[in-house]
Design a protein around this ligand. Structure first.
Ligand SMILES: O=C(O)CCC(=O)C(=O)O
Ligand SMILES: [Fe+2]
Length: 326
């Protein structure tokens, strides 16, 4: 993991950029301000910008930036992303995340997820303890490529920690952990896998433990698990939302073997308040350990966005100049 810790002076500098921006833009419309935020990112302390540019070029699997400013009087952790949205909770932190994220890529969003917001809230929600979404807690969030179902999924998923009182770990496993031997390995490079939208997207039919087959009816892409440079391939997998083609036993074996190797290789990254991790969504998969939610305003709370390295990929797909993928 590549990691940069801001000095206290640098932290103050970032807070000043954020405060000035918010004073000039009293209504928080991050989707509208994304380009302006990118311009402001040029004023971030030079040390952190150099670190981010170098880590991006090296394709470091996890790029962490710590000692970012978080409001000393941070509001209680909201009980759901919907309440967070309604209350405009922790807006300055959203801006700080977007400022740093903008140096690595172009933040974007999905119409089908968290109401199309550019920055999401990740916090445990009542009734969702065992869901397959980031609102879960008591069930392990399986290692996954973020938005595995889509060609335009992010190059990075960005998580900024506002609270993590129990030191709950984000799990990460690198593509190098896949050691499936030939000839089965070659199968992972072939378009023999179906990638389904996960439950965090508003898609029909609704899928649940009672109705697992609904997943198979969702629109999906067929592609390979491994792709890209032959000597250091990229990875696309989410065991909960990836299936082999119907009846393809070999693909099933290859996938299960890869998933088991990745799970065995998982490491923990415990984010502390003020720390952001930019997870390379092509080189590592990520998930989360279980925890017991408190539901008293002190729960673990992250802000999340996704970025592509080139927004034109998104424009081509949506046939519009928009950061919002449908
Ligand atoms: O809560 C975490 O550490 C990770 C959750 C996650 O996978 C996500 O928000 O995309
Ligand atoms: Fe995720």
């Amino acid at each position: 993991m590549a990691r940069y810790v801001l000095s206290d002076d640098e932290k103050k500098g970032v807070a000043a950029i954020a405060d000035a921006f918010l004073a000039a833009h009293p209504v928080w419309e991050p989707m509208e301000y994304a380009d302006a935020i990118r311009v402001e990112a040029e004023r971030l302390p030079v040390g952190v910008r150099q670190f981010l540019v170098a880590s991006r070029a090296a394709e470091d699997a996890v790029i962490a930036v710590a000692n970012l400013p978080v409001d000393e009087n941070l509001v209680p952790t909201p009980p759901s992303w919907q309440i967070a949205e309604k209350e405009g909770a922790a807006i300055r932190e959203e801006l700080v995340l977007l400022l740093i994220a903008s140096v690595l890529g172009d933040p974007f969003a999905w119409t089908s997820q968290q109401n199309g917001r550019l920055v999401h809230d990740v916090c445990p929600s009542k009734g969702q303890e065992a869901s397959l979404t980031s609102a879960s807690s008591e069930q392990q969030l399986t290692l996954h490529t973020e938005d595995v179902f889509h060609t335009c999924r992010g190059d990075y998923v960005a998580l900024m920690c506002l609270r993590n009182p129990d030191g709950v770990g984000t799990t990460v496993a690198p593509v190098d952990a896949v050691e499936v031997a030939e000839p089965l390995r070659e199968v992972l490079h072939q378009d023999r896998f179906r990638f389904f939208p996960d439950d965090s997207h508003d898609v029909v039919p609704e899928h649940s433990a009672e109705n697992p087959s609904a997943l198979e009816e969702r629109p999906h892409e067929v592609a390979s698990v491994l792709f890209g440079p032959e000597d250091s391939p990229y990875l696309r997998i989410d065991a909960d939302f990836t299936s082999p083609l119907v009846g393809d036993v070999e693909a099933e074996r290859a996938m299960n073997e890869a998933a088991a190797q990745l799970a065995a290789a998982a490491e923990r990254v415990v984010l502390s308040p003020g720390e952001a991790a930019f997870i390379d969504n092509y080189r590592v998969i990520h998930g989360r350990d279980t925890f017991t939610p408190r539901y008293d305003g002190t729960d673990r709370w992250l802000k999340r966005t996704s970025m592509v390295r080139d927004l034109r990929r998104t424009y081509v797909h949506t046939k519009s100049r928009s950061r919002l993928l449908a």
